[in-house]
Design a protein around this ligand. Structure first.
Ligand code: NAP
Ligand code: FE
Length: 360
């Protein structure tokens, strides 16, 4: 149903139960990586422990939102004698588990070496079990971690592909409305940004549009009660979004969104959603025909689409002073995500956009 050349993606109800043999074939001792609550709350941890009953495991539940490299290094210390790594949670946990599996096979890697991707061996076998309909991290080679200086930064490496993504949408059902909205909007931004990436190709565009077709109708009603089938579609949409950005990466909207998460503590999806209108405005001005094709394909015009996205955003009262703006702009002067925005975006565009939103 969903194909990936790198990761075996298994989607459906009861995937853990139905794949016990496969799970048990990966070894004798498991490192299970989670956050504090969601792995248990979603039922995924219980199902997994049931599947490996009788086997030895270590549980590391120290991964927080916007996971720190320090937590990854800490988890890697308990990894001795472990045959494989299992990540159960939202994008934060899944991203951390990718790096932990890598460090498990490459001892004593520092933060700097991790970012410079200076490691020799393939990571340990890795199973990812997602609990948010959001990042699509289950199917990507990307890990987004926070450095010691507080900055979020992504690492893209083929060795981060999980061996298996076990995707059971029911594990997303325990999300609160607020988390469902912020993670669901993130999935939609992946589809948008992938479409408007300089690396977009026919395959990535097909994933992006497919993702939007699953996400958009449900995001339009997400403040009401969604049925299980609609929640399943949100999860499926998030996986298509993941497949899309795995090919293309994201745009300036994600990277400038990191700044809002770091400084205004906005959840990741909402932070990136702030800049979707700016993305469409930029594309309309610079790539009119391509932009028209996009809105035709999604069956909505720009204003309608922006209204759906902006209606999911909270009121943001934070501001950026002139002084801070001057200080932070160099961050985007030679930035891959800015360069990846379809067309020729520059740091001057980022200045204009940040001024519009935050300098008063
Ligand atoms: P998250 O940061 O993993 O989780 C947000 C919150 O939701 C946490 O408090 C978490 O609880 C809770 N939660 C997760 N699943 C739940 C469930 N089923 N029921 C109840 N609560 C649940 O959120 P996310 O949006 O999935 O991940 C965001 C991170 O992924 C960011 O760091 C972002 O930069 C990164 N990201 C990665 C990629 C990629 O391709 N790798 C793409 C986009 C974004 P616990 O703390 O208890 O687990
Ligand atoms: Fe994202």
């Amino acid at each position: 149903m969903i194909e990936s050349k790198k990761t075996k993606i298994i989607f459906g109800n009861n995937v853990i139960h139905d794949n016990k043999e496969l799970i048990n074939s990966l070894g004798k001792r498991y490192l299970i990586v989670t956050g504090k609550r969601s792995a248990k709350l979603s039922g995924a941890l219980g199902d997994f422990l049931d599947a490996i009953r009788g086997k030895d495991y270590i549980l590391y539940d120290g991964i927080s939102e916007n996971p720190k490299v320090a937590s990854v290094l800490e988890a890697a210390e308990v990894i001795d004698e472990v045959d494989c790594v299992i990540g159960i949670g939202g994008g934060s946990v899944l991203d951390a588990a990718k790096a932990i599996a890598c460090l498990g096979a490459n001892k004593a890697v520092s933060e700097e070496e991790l970012y410079k991707q200076k490691w020799e061996n393939d990571g340990l076998p890795l199973i990812l079990i997602g609990t948010t309909a959001g990042t699509g991290s289950e199917v990507t080679k990307v890990s987004v971690l926070s450095k010691a200086n507080g900055r979020k930064s992504s690492i893209h490496n083929d060795r981060f592909y999980p061996t298996y993504a076990l995707c059971d949408p029911k594990y997303t059902y325990s999300m609160s409305k607020a988390i469902a909205i912020s993670t669901g909007v993130d999935a939609l931004t992946h589809c948008n940004e992938s479409y408007f990436s300089n690396k977009a190709n026919d395959e990535s565009r097909a994933y992006a549009l497919k993702g939007i077709s699953y996400l958009l109708p449900n995001l339009m009603r997400i403040k009401d009660v969604l049925s299980d089938k609609e929640k399943d579609d949100m999860y499926l949409g998030s996986l298509y979004g993941g497949l899309a950005i795995d090919i293309t990466g994201t745009t300036f909207a994600h990277n400038v969104g990191y700044y809002l998460t770091e400084n205004f503590h906005l959840p990741h999806g909402l932070a990136c959603a702030v800049f979707q209108e700016d993305l469409f405005d930029f594309e309309e001005a610079n790539n009119k025909e391509y932009t028209e094709e996009f809105f035709k394909a999604i069956g909505m015009n720009k204003d309608e689409y922006v209204e759906v996205i902006n209606s999911l955003l909270p009121e943001i009262n934070d501001t950026i002073s002139e002084e801070t703006l001057t200080e932070i702009l160099p961050r985007w002067a030679d930035n891959n995500s800015v360069k990846n925005t379809y067309g020729k975006m520059t740091v001057d565009d980022i200045e204009r956009i940040l001024r519009k939103h935050f300098v008063r």
